[in-house]
Design a protein around this ligand. Sequence first.
Ligand code: NOJ
Length: 649
Amino acid sequence: CMALMAFMAVSCAQSGMSPQDRLTVNDKKINEIIAQMTLEEKLGQLNCLVAPRGAVTGEQQSTGVAEKVRAGAVGSLFGRHDRDELMAWQKMAVEESRLGIPLLFGADIIHGYRTTFPVPLALAATWNPESMERVARISTVEASADGITWLYNPMVDICRDGRWGRCVEGAGEDPFLSSVYAAAMVRGTQGDLQDDDEILACVKHFALYGASEAGRDYRETDMSPARMFNEYFPPYKAAVDAGVATVMTSFNDVNGIPATGNRWLMTEVLRDFWGFEGFVVSDYNAVGEMVRHGIGDRKAVSEMALNAGVDSDMMTEGFVELAASVKEGKVSMKAVDQACRRVLEAKDKLGLLDAPYKFLRCEEERIYTQEHRAAARRIAAESFVLLKNDDVLPLSSKKKVALVGPLADAGAQYTGSWQGAAYDDCKSLLTAMTEAGLDVIFARGSNMLEDEELEQAACRNRKYVRDSRSESEMIREAVNAARRSDVVLAAVGEPAWMTGEASSRTSLDIPQPQKRLLEALVRTGKPVILLLFSGRPMTLEWENDNMAAILDVWYGGSEAADAIVDVVYGKVNPSGKLTMTFPRNVGQIPIYYNMKNGGRPAKTDSYKRFSSCYIDSPNSPLYPFGYGLSYTTYEYGDFSLSAETMPAD
Ligand code: NOJ
């Protein structure tokens, strides 16, 4: 509080105003706008819609959104990255709607805009909040240069279940580490919201989305308050404490009540207990989905969400129909005014009410710069986790290498599930190795997946062309390449869209055609180095027994290929450590490091009846939380405690 007052005093002294004036000027401005607004216009500010592609530049006929913007029935648009289109939308709102209130432009910029960084689970493995903040800063500089003013980031859902595809978007299983990262991302995105490259962050998905039952997306969560507050809430709260401007609700229900209509969460916990002052947006049609949760019809769920404390409705368009509910007394005018005020305040914080085109400047030169790309390459290398090494890595550039696997020449996959505005033609490992002058024989060796249709969906058609040869023909070629080489580099794993939203799996194995390729390569007797592309913990017991080395390279972003070469050839010493436990098998899930003892803990990994263990598997994971090797060995020792007894904090 003291720091804020000091800051206000300095910035107001610079502008010749007293701190009191400054606060009231903003309030006055917003009061004046609200006083002029009709009920429909107020509800319009709460409406958040996808900006249809090409609708205002003439490539596509208007889909009705344009009419709504002109009528003042839209407060924010999202999902478009094209500066000219955003400019056209903003002009429409400012020049053609009655009150000329500018729009917010939202976007899912999760791990980079055009310069793409590793996926968040990989970024977490850096254990480096400075890198995290830098990622957020660069993403924001690039996105805001294209006119985007609101990032749907950070995603901080704690997750202990690798089956859930969206574990790739968070920082893993630890509440403390995730909290540190959450604050870093908010700082990197928002700064103090004074400059024209500092924009709104949105912490999501409030709350407990990462605890979806059975690892299946959009499912319910049922959890004790103790677990919520100790283990799942801290990262959301850390973002609030760091001043995050907006919060997004989650799709799941929480102890029987959908999060999006949950007043306890959205008002009591978030605002009354934590002091959040920004605005809450629903997730995509999460208000509408409450109908299928069984809450009531569209009108009833919209009333419930607004009354719960949700200020903006993404994609249901139920809030814009609430005028009747206000007349019936089911929603108070005060609640509408409050939600509208919060959205306007966010616009004002950005300076949009005074300068609506502030972010729509032409600054191509700030995007995908050499400096940004160098940071992405460094951070990608920092995120890779060395899971096994039988003294085969780093490789000498003198070795002849067989580069095999469907991910070796599929650079467009490296940008992961949320690729921002990244180019699809991002460099492949094959190209990077060739450019580096390394002695490489390439053979794809297998397709990504057995099922062609699933493969296309999982590759998201990003320039991936399925090989039409038979499996045995492809394997034969790869085995020949291995025989003619000193060592095999196998680039295998999940295509990018096998993780992310709606990508839950029941098996965490490397997909079968690729696994059969690995088996054939092992039979050659050549050392096989597994470069694992993944966005979740995988089950790798066989690989751990049979590979000479395993390096998890996740989806490393637009500069991943060069970063992989840096680490494999020893220019960079791997330092990443897991932030999500890698189980031995799916049956161990949920598995995480900070589990409780219980009354009958198993003391060893061998089976002991009447202790807490499995008949058919050890309790211990394959690779625990915090695990990760480097090219050096370290010994820790000579520990001592600073005191004999310590308080709980
Ligand atoms: C749904 C996702 O759950 C959320 O993370 C995302 O921000 C919105 N869609 C908007 O794209």
